[in-house]
Design a binder for this molecule. Structure first.
Ligand code: ZN
Ligand code: ZN
Length: 242
């Protein structure tokens, strides 16, 4: 499994890092930050081959790049295969509304492919195209929106992604059986608010399987992970192979 980070930073682009997002096997996208299209092109990704986009929640650093990709499919790079977009319940309504405010022709013009939305349901075994996945509720700004983590089976391996979250028990369901766990580590020490920090990462590392590789992302600063086994730190445009 090949995991390529488009960005590794928090909402404030701290340290000049791009907003956190990653691509698996050049086909499966986890979050769609503002820089999405530029980074996919820098990485020479074959754009019509992108099959599924998992959106963790509708904070701008995680989804506002998608209309640019849809615009690309409308004018520049022909796509015919269905595009699956998975997100918290109601994702179709808010994503289509947002996209049509960005570029009204995304609704008005025939694009030649279908966008197929899947509402993520906590704990359910679900499918998007040929992918099996399981979403879990995460603990992030729960008063204003729902944030989801995803456990996804891709080409014989399992990757899990917390999206943005504070420490919560659901992380252990999410990590169960995962080969790779991509984790919100916004704070280089301590814990919270709204996100996890290195103290949370240490607790997770102790409780999950030693076989699961953790990758820390959504960074404010680069954390010092000395002594934490099997734990990597995401970097902008870096590819990890598992
Ligand atoms: Zn974020
Ligand atoms: Zn967020």
């Amino acid at each position: 499994m090949e995991v390529t980070f488009l960005g590794s930073g928090n909402a404030f682009a701290s340290g000049g890092r791009y907003w956190s997002s990653f691509l698996v096997d050049r086909r499966y996208l986890f979050d769609a930050p503002p820089t999405l299209l530029a980074h996919l092109k820098q990485l020479n990704v074959d754009l019509p081959e992108i099959e599924t986009v998992f959106l963790s929640h509708h904070h701008a650093d995680h989804f506002v790049g998608l209309p640019f990709l849809l615009l690309e499919y409308l004018y520049m790079t022909k796509r015919t295969k269905d595009l699956y977009i998975v997100g918290p319940p109601g994702v179709e309504e808010w994503m289509e509304d947002f996209a049509s405010r960005c570029y009204p022709e995304l609704h008005a013009k025939e694009a030649g492919y279908k966008r197929k939305y899947v509402d993520a349901i906590h704990g359910e075994a679900q499918r998007a195209g040929n992918l099996n996945f399981r979403p879990f509720h995460m603990n992030h700004v729960t008063k204003t929106m729902q944030a989801m983590g995803y456990q996804v089976r891709i080409n014989g391996k399992t990757i899990a992604y917390t999206g943005d979250t504070m420490f919560c028990e659901e992380i252990f369901q999410l990590a169960d059986g995962a080969d790779v766990l991509v984790v919100d580590c916004t704070y280089s020490d301590g814990s919270g608010p709204e996100h996890m920090g290195l103290d949370d990462v240490k607790v997770i590392r102790k409780r999950i399987s030693p076989e699961t590789t953790m990758v820390l992302t959504h960074l404010s600063e680069v954390p010092v992970t000395n002594g934490l086994a099997n734990t990597l730190i995401a970097q902008d445009l870096a590819t990890f192979r598992f």
